[in-house]
Design a protein around this ligand. Structure first.
Ligand SMILES: *Cc1c(COP(=O)(O)O)cnc(C)c1O
Length: 379
């Protein structure tokens, strides 16, 4: 790889993170041991709620959440289109039907008015995605969900450490899903979790991630019993102690990581303020943004994307609206016109590099290259 290349996101690992992993490799438990319990307790506390269930990745977390609320054939789940495909795929794993609601033109977060217009007698849940790390309007979504008797699920894969009206992501929905992939706010290599205040849902999720068996290996080791009951069809979605040790070490640094991301975002905001052709997304005054992504809208996005890549800057596009993917078009007959605001935004959005270790010099190179690229008129 070009040593000058600046990715849009990357992990921040330090010697103590590495030590934490090595310590586990020297211990008795590589999986389903004490690090899992510690990581879950820390996560629940960070998220401002009671229970955390770790799983092997964010996609498994979404699947586990859909199973926990009993999604099945014929159930409709309202989802936003500007998200990673996994958000919507998880609905399909359980046999549910995704129904796409459009987004707000300023923030690109799911629009509560559009959500309301999509509700039918078959609707069971709303999935809110905290796109780019900005929490959705959970007050309004909560009201809609309660009024119609729906579950509110938060896909907070971008927003661990962010908050809405002072309440942390993780405490705002019935179930909240996190991912610990290397580009996300903290990493465990691969990893994910669901947090909730509901003890019954938490128990169901622990069983589901462990083949549908009601006790795990650690619990049986403590009681000395060989007996276990498999009560439903589950999966092996467990997260290892090796990964949880990394997660614990990283989670302690979350406030520092978010601080770096917010500082980098402020620098971009200031640099682009004088340029009408570079428009950062809107931020709600009640949102404490986690800045997993820094997204701008630009004219001639594809040309500008090319110019940045030419300069070894790993800009990216988040996301191709899920309903425009060939699989969704063929299976559900979705296509252009279903979510016009998301589709129009998709033509203009560009994610710029943002991660805790991004240097001032590298950020300045991104800013200068973007200004120059945008300034050029079409040949
Ligand atoms: C990363 C991500 C996921 C999936 O998480 P994995 O850990 O990669 O499986 C789901 N939803 C959103 C919004 C994400 O960004």
């Amino acid at each position: 790889m070009d040593p000058k290349f600046i990715p849009y996101g990357r992990q921040q690992l330090e010697p103590d993170d590495i030590e934490a992993v090595i310590d586990v490799l020297r211990s008795d438990w590589l999986t389903t041991g004490p690090q899992v319990e510690r990581f879950e307790a820390m996560l629940a506390e960070t998220a401002g709620t009671d229970y955390a269930v770790s799983v092997s990745n964010g996609t498994a977390a979404l699947h586990t959440a859909m199973h926990a609320i009993g999604i099945g054939e014929g159930d409709e789940i309202i989802v936003p289109p500007l998200t990673f495909a996994a958000t919507v795929n998880a609905v399909l794993y359980q046999g549910g039907t995704p129904v796409f609601a459009d987004v707000d033109p300023q923030t690109l977060l799911i629009d509560p008015a559009s959500v309301e217009s999509r509700i039918t007698a078959r609707t069971r849940a709303i999935v809110a995605v905290d796109y780019a790390g900005q929490p959705c309007d959970y007050d309004t979504l909560r009201q809609i969900a309660s009024h119609h008797g729906l579950y509110l699920i938060s896909d907070a894969c971008h927003s661990l450490g962010a908050a809405w009206r002072g309440k942390p992501c993780g405490s705002l929905a019935d179930l909240t899903v996190f991912s610990f992939h290397p580009v996300k706010p903290i990493t465990s290599g691969e990893g994910g979790a669901i947090v909730t205040g509901d003890e019954v849902l938490a128990r169901r999720m622990r069983t589901f991630r462990n083949h549908g068996i009601t006790t795990d290996h650690g619990q049986r080791a403590k009681t000395g019993s060989w007996h276990y009951d498999m009560v439903e069809l589950g999966f092996n979605y467990r997260l290892t102690d090796i990964q949880c040790a990394l997660g614990i070490s990283q989670l302690a640094k979350l406030p520092e990581f978010i601080g770096h991301r917010r500082r980098i975002a402020r620098n971009y905001d200031e640099a682009f303020a004088p340029s009408p052709r570079i428009q950062p997304l809107g931020v709600h005054p009640e949102a404490r943004h986690g800045y997993h992504l820094y997204v701008v809208r630009v004219p001639e996005r594809d040309r500008i994307f090319g110019a940045l890549r030419q300069a070894a800057i790993g800009a990216n596009v988040h996301y191709i609206p899920v309903h425009l993917h060939p699989y969704y078009r063929q299976r559900f007959g979705t296509g252009e016109g279903l979510c016009p605001i998301a589709e129009a935004a998709y033509a203009e959005i560009l994610s710029l590099p943002i991660f805790p270790g991004l240097s001032v010099a590298d950020q300045n190179r991104v800013i200068d290259t973007l200004h120059e690229a945008v300034g050029k008129e079409k040949p």
